[in-house]
Ligand binder design. Structure first.
Ligand code: PGA
Length: 263
């Protein structure tokens, strides 16, 4: 795992955005795995700006989002499809037909997971997957106890996640308790993974992800087995890491090596 510890949330977004810009520059038909939540928003704004300034184009790219609420169709203002349209897709040159979210309104939600997996496969697989992380270590809606080889399927949300996400819903609004989410196995097949975390509230989850055992109690810990994962975190999210100084030292050494190689 590459662990990049930066001063603040803006630096985290900037570093993450550069990785996505480079990906699109290297491969304009990249398959991007995307995430909802508040953490990726600043990164999306930077990608929108880069697209407007014609530094990058999404015209040949396609996207797969991690998850969707079960029972909401894409027109519902609380659906993640709607969120993605509003926060990113409506502002860039992507073809909407090339953007995908799990079908939260599927007649048979048990089949919808398999269909999504097929779609990802026929799109060539995910080149780079963006992740946030829940306070309980979830990625996508893979809550603690999720099978570490799981595929896209229906998942029940924990009370903690429901409470964390309640801020997006008004008091009298229906808040779904079920989701369809890519599995940990699905995420592990992405060629590259970029996980962003900012703020004190994520410090325990980041400690468990990096320094805890590989365990379904912290689904993100599965990334210890992924060959190309970058964790981009701010000082607050890194505050409980026992070996923080060492991770910073590794990054400095990496920089020196890259400079020497002229990269
Ligand atoms: P957040 O959510 O970015 O809104 O903190 C992350 C997550 O729950 O995966």
């Amino acid at each position: 795992m590459k662990i990049v510890i930066l001063e603040n949330a803006d630096a985290v977004a900037a570093y993450g955005a550069e990785i996505f810009k480079r990906q699109l520059a290297d491969k304009n038909d990249s398959v991007l795995g995307l995430a909802t939540g508040s953490t990726p928003l600043a990164l999306y704004r930077k990608l929108i700006d880069a697209n407007k300034q014609k530094q990058i184009s999404f015209s040949k790219a396609s996207t797969f989002n991690l998850d969707e609420y079960l029972g909401l169709d894409g027109n519902h203002p609380q659906s993640y499809r709607h969120f993605m349209n509003e926060q990113l897709f409506d502002h860039i040159d992507i073809k909407l037909d090339n953007t995908h979210t799990p079908n939260g309104a599927a007649e048979n939600p048990l089949q919808a997971g398999d269909e999504y997996e097929q779609l990802i496969k026929s799109g060539g697989g995910i080149d780079i997957q963006l992740l946030g992380i829940g306070r309980n270590g979830h990625v996508g809606f893979n809550e603690p106890s999720s099978c570490l080889s799981s595929r896209t399927r229906v998942k029940t949300l924990t009370q903690a996640t429901i409470e964390d996400n309640a801020r997006f819903f008004s008091a009298d609004e229906y808040q779904p308790h079920l989701s369809i989410t890519m599995g940990i196995g699905t995420i592990m097949e992405a060629r590259q993974v970029v996980l962003l975390a900012t703020g004190e509230s994520k410090a325990d989850a980041i400690k468990a992800t990096v320094e805890g055992p590989l365990s379904a109690s912290c689904p993100a810990s599965a990334l210890q087995m992924h060959l190309s994962t970058t964790l981009i975190i701010d000082e607050s999210a890194a505050s409980k890491l026992a070996d923080k100084a060492f991770y910073k030292h590794i990054e400095r050494e990496n920089q020196i090596l890259l400079e020497r190689l002229g990269m």
